[in-house]
Design a protein around this ligand. Sequence first.
Ligand code: ADP
Ligand code: MG
Length: 709
Amino acid sequence: MSTINLHTSIESLKGVGVARADLLRKELGLRTLADLMHFFPNRYIDRTQFFKINQLQHNATELQLVGKITQLKTIQQKRGSRLVATFVDETGSIEMVWFRGIKWIKESLKINTPYVAFGKVNWFNGLYNMPHPELELVTAYKKSLQTAMQPIYPSTEMLSKRGVTNRVMAKMMQNLFVEVNNRFQETLSENIINDFQFISKNEALFNVHFPKNQHLLTKAQERLKFEELFFIQLQLIRKNLIHKTKIKGFIFDIVGNNFNNFYKNYLPFELTKAQKRVIKEIRKDMITGAQMNRLLQGDVGSGKTIVALFTQLIAIDNNYQTAFIAPTGILANQHFNAISELLKGLDINVMLLTGATKTKERNIIHKALEDGSLNILIGTHALLEDKVQFKNLGLAIIDEQHRFGVAQRAKLWMKGSANEAISGAIPPHILVMTATPIPRTLAMSVYGDLDISVIDELPPGRKEIKTAHRFDSNRLSVFKFMKEEIAKGRQIYVVYPLIKESQKLDFKDLMDGYESIAREFSKPTYQISIVHGKMKNEDKDFEMNRFLKGETQIMVATTVIEVGVDIPNASVMVIESAERFGLSQLHQLRGRVGRGAEQSYCILMTDFKLTTDAKTRMETMVSTNDGFEIAEVDLKLRGPGDLMGTQQSGVLNLKIADIIKDAQILKQARNIAQQVLKNDPNLIFEEHKSIKKAYQQMSKNKAIWANIS
Ligand code: ADP
Ligand code: MG
């Protein structure tokens, strides 16, 4: 079979054929022999071990039995029928059950003939049963290759329905190895292999499918995980390098009047060390001649806004305009107010553009943008509309990135400069700020092509927010506590969930909650604000403003206040139905308090009955205020795909590595990838030949790349 190569379609493999090839492509995305070879088992079971029926445990997982079928009967049910076999060994009996393919199975089963049965055992109605077991005649079993670790491949419902069982999969793999064993070229360099004492690519592939022993399986997994992560990192880092050489950026080499004047005369506090370091990193980025593409991470309240402001002052000192985009109108307003206030003594023109901006005002903004008299434009998505054109946009800052799509980020590039609509326009520098800390490993995998700055220090004098978890039954004592705080002059947020899918019910909860609070905290002693998504923007702003000015003591709201809102006198955050919020949301909400000098509190109200995950979330919130620590727990609970949304999940579509469990390998892989590219950015060294080949092969398979910014 010399015509077969790794890129041959799987249908040419013995035992596959057109229909099955089609099924494997649709269900698992497998096209070529190489794909199949890289379709890895997700676990292994010991198939040299057999159980006796009287040893079964209620919570047993997949296992093997030896015995005979003594009886077969078809039972009619309301919805279709099921086939039940009585399976016995010398210690007892269990039922085997089939719901599909009954006719065929019934015909092929032999009564009173020894079988090896493999499957998952359930305990139901006082009896053990094994649904859809894999049965193999003992005579056939004895002839086949039995290893201590039998691979179990990931499967789908459709696959098992169409008869592609694990055994069929394993058989296919055996045929595959007969065809193409040892044909894989080495993908790593000799140096890497020696340094890490990796086994060869071929050995690794063989042992991941047919492990000779536990030791070799571990070696195989280590090597394949490293390889997978290494090539992803190589691509991300290389993308970043290419970006830096190919994509030109403005050179902001003047640190002039505005920056210095503001720093010396108007900055209301001392910058933290971390803020200073990050501003330096950004400054350095903006004089290289390449476009800046930087992600700024910092916990809630770490002071990202002031860093954004300094960055803008640099752009303005160099005679460029800046755009500052926030995800909501409330936030844009807040940034606008804060920045206008801070810049009061300087001759800098700042304007606000949101969905609520009136046409007349809009026209003024458009004009000021185009004639260059407007220095800083702050706003929401409204800023991305085509009508909004800058004279010379030099910097765009995106706050609270995770609400912002990649496509929208790309749109900013086009804003370029109105007078350079011709080709060759230089894109603005981009600074993206995240709302929530991202675990390091995740940041490396998803934003590996961006440069990352981290503010890892809070401004001095902040008191830890005290967090408590209370049940609905404690409500009266919570009310009492709220009154005590209000008596001290503090303000309180009470937040309700508002999830799209259950909007109506949520809205009712919010209103019920509002009414019960209004009853308890009655006028004229108490004033209450309410803000929710169904209100008009003007009304929201009006209510927010009343609270901001201290005219109301309680703000009842849905998560519209989630990100960024900064009201220092608010010192208590009560979160209703806290079990329905994710960890990062809870942390964001809690970050709304603790902004002033007083002791602040967060109270998580939940139902008494909680899922294990919900309990973990509450316990995590109570035990730590550290956003990075919370993000790690969140990653473990929800997995990387969920955490980042679907846009980036392509990068996380890993075949064998797991960015949580294999964090250590990921760090090593990134380091090595960095080293390799530092010395040899185009992979032209002889020693990198194998890496280059594999890299090119992978780049052709562009699946990963289409999905990243
Ligand atoms: P976030 O990083 O969550 O966006 P902000 O930029 O809103 O945080 O800052 C939170 C609060 O801390 C603001 O009131 C801001 O004025 C204040 N702040 C920022 N940096 C410092 C500092 N170095 N010293 C004291 N207060 C600071
Ligand atoms: Mg912020």
